[in-house]
Design a protein around this ligand. Structure first.
Ligand SMILES: [Zn+2]
Ligand SMILES: [Zn+2]
Length: 634
């Protein structure tokens, strides 16, 4: 058992029986099981000693099985209602499920309602999910007879002697590895969310299918909560906020995935960059700059042409030599390292660069600022000696956490990925590096998971996810060892014993990319950025023309205090001006009427919080400077 308890059962006992033995509550919540690291149905006969974990909706695996089972139910409802439909694939996602269908007519909202109704019937019918193992040939014959060309195509790619599994509920049969819920009535509340086009196998060379998305939960309350969060997320969509607040735009005329930063967005970006640079200097880094293109040969030496080619743009020709737009900054930092002989005394070297890179992403996956084709990584490379590895990792880890906290992200989750089967580098170095990462995580007290064997081929790594205000996770930080590039470029330093040795190399990006991080920031704060990052921190609003001179003076004092302030002296109604400032998410509004001029003070209103009453300007400025310093809220 997961709690290290051991228990004996007769051979052939099923996970369902184990769950029943463990208690009524668990047996009611049981969806499937993990047995010796494999996911199995509750009816799977256990025929040997092993570790078992009963999966419920509380676990990620349990939820995926739940959602994927709902996808089967949706497909069966679609086929029953529209028998001409061909079914493709229907996996669980991180937030629900989808199924791809091939059908001449588009699915309408009315269709979705009918499908939901049919699903309800199927769920209430309590049909068991039944697993059957058949030969590849048998499965192929079955699906070919029914015109299910996509299933036939999937089967044709398996080895001929392979046994495959089919899952059925009622009359509907699907090709599936499983496992599944015991029966359809385990599904509580569900909702179909939207229809979108999706190419078969994600390739624009193939047919466009219709993908129906949905989600399901054990109770209506959980579903309602989820739908509410979804609505909130829509309101916070950074693409909408970006346009409304005049932060950035993307133009078909310039190309998809290429971002124009407008003055206000650029101002925020500059604030992020300035803070980032200041902290890096304080953290013992040095800044470097490098070009956006380089000879293709450099990328051959680095291995990017071989291993990363599909993300790179075609090279351009200059005076007979081929040049490549850079997808990464690493080779340039290596060239700086190699520009002269390095001694052990100079290490560690920590070189950081806000390096703009260009990567090919399919147009179908581009998404606002979150997935783009040109972006600026907050990159750095650390070159150090073996005896410095542990301290450097601890240092860079603490540094990352501090920096993320400055932007208001204090809920973090870490993932350690260890050596995969195919990898380069010496065993000893991998062990040492992995140990340094593990120890740092242990000492941090943060929750972390280990993904055994999921590291990149050139070194182990830590990834840090931040959790936003809606509980969504975003991977930002990555800290990776590299045992590949130092060898490829023959990096050396002269050690104290006079020998030439290879330094350890660590890549790291903390925010990830400035574009994506800005998108996450906007969604996290719903556009109402913390005071220190707001492009306009204070707007001074005069009620009539008579107050304009004093309002102008107030603004001037705010500017002199180093705050970003604007004056709204338009002859609009004060209510209108306030509404506009609220919409623009300006943290502070200082309203100046007759009384304020007389008393030489200001009436303070705070975004989303309302009126604070009258304040002396000097006192207010001191408060604002404190808020600016603290970086949290406004
Ligand atoms: Zn399935
Ligand atoms: Zn790198």
């Amino acid at each position: 058992m997961p709690d290290k308890n051991r228990k004996a059962f007769p051979k052939g006992t099923t996970p369902r029986e184990v769950a029943e033995d463990l208690g009524q509550e668990l047996s009611k919540a049981a969806l499937a099981a993990e047995y010796e690291g494999e996911l199995v149905d509750l009816s799977y006969p256990l025929d040997a000693d092993g570790e078992i974990k009963i999966l419920t909706f509380e676990s990620e695996e349990g939820r995926e099985i739940y959602w994927h089972s709902t996808a089967h139910v949706m497909a069966s409802a679609v086929v029953e209602l529209c028998p001409e439909t061909k079914v493709a694939i229907g996996p669980a996602t991180a937030e629900g499920f989808y199924y791809d269908f091939d059908r001449p007519q588009p699915f309408t909202p009315e269709d979705l309602e009918k499908i939901e109704e049919k699903m309800r019937q199927i769920i209430d019918g309590g049909h068991p999910f039944v697993r059957k193992e058949v030969s590849r040939q048998e499965a192929t014959d079955y699906f070919r007879e029914r015109g299910e060309i996509y299933k036939v195509e999937i089967l044709s790619e398996l080895p001929p002697e392979e046994t495959v599994s089919l899952y059925s509920h009622g009359d509907f049969v699907d090709l599936c590895r499983g496992p599944h819920l015991p029966s359809t009535d385990k599904i509580g509340a569900f909702k179909l969310l939207k229809v979108a086009g999706a190419y078969w196998r994600g390739s624009e060379k193939n047919k466009m299918l219709q993908r129906i998305y949905g989600v399901s939960f054990p109770s209506q309350g959980e579903l309602d909560g989820y739908l509410e969060r979804l609505e909130e997320a829509k309101k916070r969509d950074h693409r909408l906020l970006g346009a409304k607040l005049d932060y950035f735009s993307i133009h078909e005329q310039a190309g998809a995935g290429l971002v124009m930063w407008h003055p206000k967005g650029a101002l925020v970006r500059n604030l992020i960059e300035e803070h980032w640079k200041r902290e890096h200097f304080r953290g013992g880094y040095e800044l470097v700059y490098s070009p956006h293109i380089a000879k293709l040969d450099l990328w051959k030496t680095s291995g990017h042409v071989d291993f990363y080619g599909e993300n790179m743009y075609s090279p351009m020709e200059v005076e007979g030599a081929k040049y490549q737009l850079r997808p990464m900054n690493c080779p340039f930092h290596i060239l700086i390292y190699k520009s002269r002989v390095r001694s052990y005394r100079e290490l560690p070297l920590r070189w950081a660069e806000l390096g703009t890179v260009y990567r090919y992403e399919r147009s179908g996956v581009l998404h606002g600022l979150l997935r783009v084709r040109g972006f600026t990584q907050d990159d750095a490379h650390i070159f150090c000696r073996p005896d410095q590895v542990k301290e450097e990792i601890e240092r860079v880890f603490d540094f990352s956490i501090k920096l993320l906290e400055d932007f208001g992200f204090d809920k973090l989750a870490c993932l350690l990925s260890t050596r995969p089967e195919k990898s380069v580098g010496e065993e000893k170095s991998w062990e040492m590096a992995t140990e340094a990462l593990r120890e740092t995580l242990d000492n941090s007290g943060l929750p972390y998971k280990i993904d055994e064997g999921a590291g990149v081929f050139y070194g182990p790594k830590i990834d840090l996810d931040i959790e936003d205000s809606l509980g969504r996770r975003w991977q930002c930080t990555t800290i990776q060892f590299d045992f590949n590039l130092p060898e490829r470029f023959d990096l050396r330093y002269t050690d104290s014993d006079g020998h030439q040795k290879t330094p350890f190399m660590i890549h790291r990006a903390l925010l990830g990319s400035l574009e994506r991080f800005f998108g996450i920031l906007l969604e996290h704060y719903s556009g109402a950025l913390p005071f220190w990052l707001s492009p306009v921190q204070v707007v001074v609003i005069s009620i009539t023309d008579q107050q304009e001179p004093y309002a102008r003076e107030v603004r001037e004092q705010l500017l002199q205090a180093g705050l970003r302030a604007e004056l709204d002296a338009r002859s609009e109604k004060v209510g209108y001006k306030i509404r506009e400032a609220e919409e623009q998410k300006i943290p502070y509004m200082l309203i100046i009427g007759k009384k304020e001029v007389e008393n030489q003070n200001v009436a303070v209103r705070v975004h989303g919080k309302g009126d604070l009453g009258a304040r002396g300007l000097e006192e207010l400025i001191n408060n604002l400077k404190e808020v600016q310093e603290k970086k949290v809220g406004y």
